[in-house]
Write a protein that binds this ligand. Structure first.
Ligand SMILES: *Cc1c(COP(=O)(O)O)cnc(C)c1O
Length: 404
């Protein structure tokens, strides 16, 4: 492999050959360690995006790297046509980690959401007795669950779906954070409610306290599956291992991805208890790479590190510390600061992109969310001094001193 290009050359090449589905900041990352990423000139930046909350353990965690390397030399891919030595232990460990007793491994978040949708529909016909073809799933406005054609069908973001019709039917949309709306939307053909505990891509939207508990209750009373998408909120991000632990509720179906692997490799999973998960029969679902030994080894190690280093606890403590500081930021363009744990958002009354570009110059990497929100979600290994550094940069940018 030969890659001795300049920053400008890398950017030009990417823009010349790549499909234009993203509009990245013009930083070319060459390496990363912990909370820091480094560009070609060796300048370092504090990563406040963490690969969209997938790098919760910090970049290139030495023990995770070691696990990946060792497993790469042992065996990487077997397919589920055969068994392997990591899959059963991954199943057992993630079951204990989540409190669910059956596991369906996939690769990406969107695939896991698709899997949960199939599971809910099969359950609707096999268990609930809904007429085949009529099952309906309730979802929330402003949701983000991925980019496949079925998932964008129930997005409320026009740019995600308007040019990709025909859309998949079978979804009904209600306002987020409103348990009464859920109750009112339930019909005889409703089989499930799919929701994020905190809306991430929607702009770090925290629902009213008690919402999950109330929604859980409504689902139970109406015999519909309560399905939580914890792909972005899981693995310590909000200050608990899973965001639903804040309200002590148990989902029927739990969807995880992103930092399940510490960002080292794409690993996702759907978890449920036996009566629900057992509706799937051999041949009804699958994926070439799902459950491969490399993925399982990395995910096992990542869960171990998260617990051993008490990263959810760190996210809770430092998230509170950070939030208190953010509340003291003074600028007439700031409408609100909100969030939970180390999942924070600064809501502006104007585009956030120029602020992100100024932060980049000062050595902090943020990416705007929903055009007017600066999302801050650093690796959970961050310390107070590093949070002070981010805060000082924010203060300078908001004081109009970002550019020197
Ligand atoms: C990122 C995300 C997804 C999609 O995951 P991919 O790995 O990008 O397919 C789904 N749901 C939520 C809540 C997410 O944040």
């Amino acid at each position: 492999m030969c890659n001795n290009l300049t920053t400008e050359e890398y950017i030009r090449l990417e823009d010349e050959y790549g499909a234009t589905t993203y509009k990245p900041l013009d930083i070319v990352i060459e390496k990363a360690r912990g909370v820091w990423v480094y560009d070609l000139e060796g300048k370092k930046y504090l990563d406040c995006l963490s690969g969209f909350s997938s790098v919760n353990l910090g970049h290139c965690h030495p023990e995770l790297v070691k696990t990946l390397k060792n497993q790469a030399e042992q065996v990487t891919q077997t397919s589920r046509a055969f068994r392997n030595v990591h899959l059963p232990l991954f199943f057992k460990e993630i079951a204990e980690f989540t409190g669910k007793n059956r596991v369906l491994p996939m690769n990406t978040g969107a695939e896991a959401v698709e899997t949960a949708i199939k599971l809910a529909r099969k359950w609707a016909y096999a268990v609930k007795g809904i007429e085949n073809g009529r099952a309906e799933i309730i979802v929330c406005e402003n949701n983000f669950h991925g980019r496949t054609t079925t998932i964008v069908s129930f997005s409320s973001e026009p740019s995600y779906k308007d040019n990709f019709k025909p859309l998949t039917p079978g979804f009904r949309t209600i306002p987020y954070g409103d348990a009464k709306a859920l109750k009112n939307a339930i019909a005889p053909d409703t089989c499930a409610f799919l929701v994020e505990p905190v809306q991430g891509e929607g702009g770090v939207v925290v629902p009213p306290e008690g919402y999950l508990k109330e929604a859980r209750k409504v689902c139970r009373e109406n015999n519909i599956l309560f399905m939580l998408d914890e792909i972005q909120t899981g693995f310590g991000r909000t200050g608990k291992i899973f965001a639903h632990h804040h309200e002590n509720v148990e989902p029927d179906v739990l969807i995880v991805g992103k930092s399940l692997s510490g960002g080292m490799y794409p690993v996702s999973a759907v978890l449920a208890d036996s009566p629900v998960m057992d509706v799937f029969k051999p041949g009804e679902h699958g994926s070439t790479f799902a459950g491969n030994p490399l993925a399982c080894a990395v995910a096992r190690e990542s869960m171990r590190i998260l617990k051993e280093e008490k990263l959810a606890e760190n996210a809770a403590e430092l998230g509170d510390y950070f939030m208190e500081k953010l509340k003291t930021l003074k600028n007439s363009h700031i409408n609100q600061v909100r969030g939970k744990g180390l999942f924070l958002g600064i809501v502006l009354d104007e585009p956030a992109r120029p602020y992100c570009e100024e932060l980049q110059e000062l050595g902090v990497l943020c990416k705007e969310t929903r055009s007017n929100i600066i999302r801050i979600s650093p690796p959970l290994t961050i310390n107070r001094e590093q949070i002070d550094f981010i805060y000082d940069c924010l203060e300078r940018v908001f004081a109009g001193q970002g550019k020197e």
